[in-house]
Design a protein around this ligand. Structure first.
Ligand SMILES: Cc1cc2nc3c(=O)[nH]c(=O)nc-3n(C[C@H](O)[C@H](O)[C@H](O)COP(=O)(O)OP(=O)(O)OC[C@H]3O[C@@H](n4cnc5c(N)ncnc54)[C@H](O)[C@@H]3O)c2cc1C
Length: 218
């Protein structure tokens, strides 16, 4: 998406497709990241002096930002759903471990410190499900759900981090090895607190909405 320089456009951004390879678009780096679930990783690209034929513009000039917003909420929600599924599996693995492992005369889950961690995960998982369901319901009405998906993305990504961390902790040394997907989930969800907008930026944006609403009510 790019800001349009067409004097006839409405002055907003434009969305377009570009046939690759194009010398104006260069992959300038493929950084290693904490997560590993994205096929092909995440490339850094440089765009310089790109010319786009008019027939490769998607939709109308000046509407690009609006088009981008349409995919924003479903994208946030699908990240929430995918990584919640992964954390639910991690919780199953940690629960199984805690029910089998004997330590200091009883199974781990019977040690209150361990049982409480798994119970807290159970609560976090249910809260994630409910928020995702609520936000999906808002999107089903045809709304952009910008505020709702922002709230859901923050709540779920923060909860998933807590869940994955506790699963690692419950499993002790095994939890930090690659013998189960618990370690993978811990790494995957850490990045989710930054991808699709860091928690703090979403909160900042929500606070701005509170400010706007308060002003409108005066
Ligand atoms: C490999 C990779 C893939 C990514 N994929 C996506 C993607 O697909 N979609 C997507 O949307 N994002 C994605 N991101 C995230 C995005 O590219 C940015 O990293 C993210 O928006 C944060 O911006 P920044 O890195 O410039 O951090 P900075 O702007 O430097 O911010 C650093 C930190 O400062 C704090 N901060 C910043 N602004 C504010 C504020 N207004 N109020 C309070 N605190 C603030 C936050 O804690 C933030 O984490 C990806 C990032 C990486 C590294």
């Amino acid at each position: 998406m790019a800001k349009s320089e067409d004097p006839d456009s409405k002055g907003g951004a434009c969305m377009f497709l570009v046939d690759l390879p194009d010398p104006a678009i260069q992959i300038t780096g493929v950084p290693n990241t904490i997560d590993s679930s994205m096929p092909g990783s995440h490339a850094e690209i440089t765009i310089y002096n790109l010319r786009v034929p008019a027939d490769q513009m998607l939709g109308d000039a000046g509407e690009g930002f609006k088009y981008a917003q349409i995919r924003l909420s479903p994208a946030r929600l699908s990240h929430c759903m995918r990584w919640l599924g992964g954390c639910m599996r991690a919780q199953e693995i940690a629960t199984d471990y805690a029910n089998r492992r004997m330590a200091f005369g009883k199974t781990l889950i019977d040690h209150e410190g361990v049982g409480f961690m798994l119970a807290e995960n159970m609560i976090d998982i249910k809260q994630c499900e409910l928020m995702i369901d609520w936000c999906a319901g808002v999107l089903d009405t045809g709304s952009l759900g910008t505020v709702e998906s922002s709230m859901t993305k923050v709540a779920v990504s923060e909860a998933l981090m807590r869940i994955a961390d506790k699963c690692v902790q419950v499993m002790g040394g095994l939890g930090v090895t690659d013998k189960t997907i618990v370690e993978t989930m811990f790494r995957e969800v850490r990045a989710f607190r930054i991808y699709d907008g860091p928690t703090e930026v979403h909160k900042w944006s929500l606070a701005k909405k509170l400010r706007r609403d308060w002003k409108a009510g005066q």
